[in-house]
Design a protein around this ligand. Structure first.
Ligand SMILES: Nc1ncnc2c1ncn2[C@@H]1O[C@H](COP(=O)(O)OP(=O)(O)OP(=O)(O)O)[C@@H](O)[C@H]1O
Ligand SMILES: [Mg+2]
Length: 269
C-alpha cells in the first residue's frame, strides 16, 4: 500500500523506472518495449499468461538478464549503464523466486547471515542480530537453528523472504513466490508480503494470486506477448478490464474449464 516509505519517502523519483525495454533470446523477442514505473512504497502486481515475459522483466530490473535495448533505473541509478557498480545496485534489490534456493546444509540463521557477511561485510554478531530480527518479522524465530529440509515449503519461502530483507533492500521483487506451495501454505507467505506492503516496502510482484493483487496492489499490470497491454487500479484491471486479451486471461485463470469451452469456436471457426 502507498504508505510512507521509510527507505526513501514519497519523493518525485520512482524507485524503479523501465524505459523502452527490449529483450531477445536469439530470434525470440521476449520483451518488446516495456515502459513502467514503480513509485516509492508502491506495490505493483504483474500478471499475464505463461511466456509473456514477466520473469524476464523482473530479471532485467536487477540485471540477472541483460536488456537488448532500453534503460532501467533503480533508486535513480541507471542499472543498464555499462559502468554501473552492479553489486551496489543489487544490494538495494531483494529478489524472491518460486524456488526458495536455501542452502540445505546450513541452518536457517546461517542462511541469513552468510550473504550479509559475504556481501555487506557484517561481522558475525551483527549479522546474527539482523537475522534474528528478520526471522521474527516473518514469524519464524523458533526455527532459527533448524535446517531448511525440516521446514514446510511455506516456511522455507518465509526464510527466503527474511534472507532478502536481512540485506536491507529498498525494493523487493517477487517472482511467483507462492506457486510452488501447497494451497494451505500460501496464506502465510502472502501475509508476510502484505505486512511488507503495509510497512511501505516498494514491491514488484509477479503473481497468479488475484485476491492478493486485488487487496494489496496499488496497481496491476497485465502483460502479454512482451508488452504491457493494460495497467491501472486492481478494481479496474481485474474487475473491469478494457482489453479482450486481459478478459480472456482472467476468465481462463478463474475458470480454466470454461475458458477452454469458449476457446473452441475460435480455434476452429
Ligand atoms: N534464458 C533464456 N534463454 C532463452 N529463452 C528464454 C530464457 N528465459 C526466458 N526465455 C523465453 O522467454 C519467454 C518469456 O519467458 P518468461 O520466463 O519471462 O515468461 P513468464 O511470463 O515469466 O512465464 P511463466 O508464467 O511461465 O513464468 C519464453 O518464451 C521463454 O522460453
Ligand atoms: Mg515466470
Amino acid at each position: 500500500m502507498s504508505t510512507e516509505n521509510s527507505a526513501g519517502g514519497r519523493s518525485g523519483t520512482p524507485e524503479i523506472q523501465v524505459r523502452g525495454l527490449h529483450k531477445s533470446f536469439g530470434d525470440n523477442e521476449v520483451l518488446r518495449g516495456i515502459d513502467l514505473e514503480v513509485g516509492a512504497g508502491e506495490v505493483v502486481c504483474v500478471i499475464g499468461p505463461s511466456g509473456s515475459g514477466k520473469s524476464t522483466l523482473l530479471r532485467c530490473v536487477n540485471l540477472l538478464e541483460e536488456p537488448t535495448q532500453g534503460q532501467v533505473f533503480v533508486s535513480g541509478t541507471e542499472v543498464t549503464d555499462p559502468d554501473v557498480d552492479i553489486d551496489a545496485v543489487r544490494r538495494r534489490i531483494g529478489m524472491v523466486f518460486q524456488q526458495f534456493n536455501l542452502f540445505p546444509h546450513l541452518t536457517v540463521t546461517d542462511n541469513l547471515t552468510l550473504p550479509q557477511r559475504r556481501v555487506l561485510g557484517r561481522d558475525k554478531a551483527q549479522a546474527a542480530e539482523v537475522a534474528a530480527e528478520n526471522l521474527r518479522r516473518v514469524g519464524l524465530s523458533e526455527k532459527a537453528t533448524a535446517y531448511p529440509g525440516s521446514l514446510s515449503g511455506g516456511q522455507q519461502q518465509r526464510v527466503a523472504i527474511a534472507r532478502a530483507l536481512a540485506m536491507g533492500p529498498r525494493v523487493m521483487l517477487f517472482d511467483e513466490p507462492t506457486s510452488a506451495l501447497d494451497p494451505e501454505l500460501v496464506g502465510d507467505v502472502l501475509a508476510v508480503m502484505r505486512m511488507l506492503a503495509d510497512e511501505g516496502m516498494t514491491m514488484m510482484v509477479v503473481t497468479h494470486e488475484m485476491s492478493f493483487a486485488r487487496e494489496v496492489a496499488d496497481r496491476v499490470v497485465f502483460m502479454d506477448g512482451g508488452v504491457v497491454v493494460e495497467q491501472g487500479a486492481p478494481a479496474q484491471v481485474i474487475g473491469a478490464p478494457t482489453h479482450e486479451r486481459t478478459r480472456h486471461f482472467l476468465s481462463r485463470l478463474l475458470d480454466p474449464a470454461m475458458a477452454d469451452v469458449e476457446d473452441a469456436p475460435r480455434k476452429s471457426p
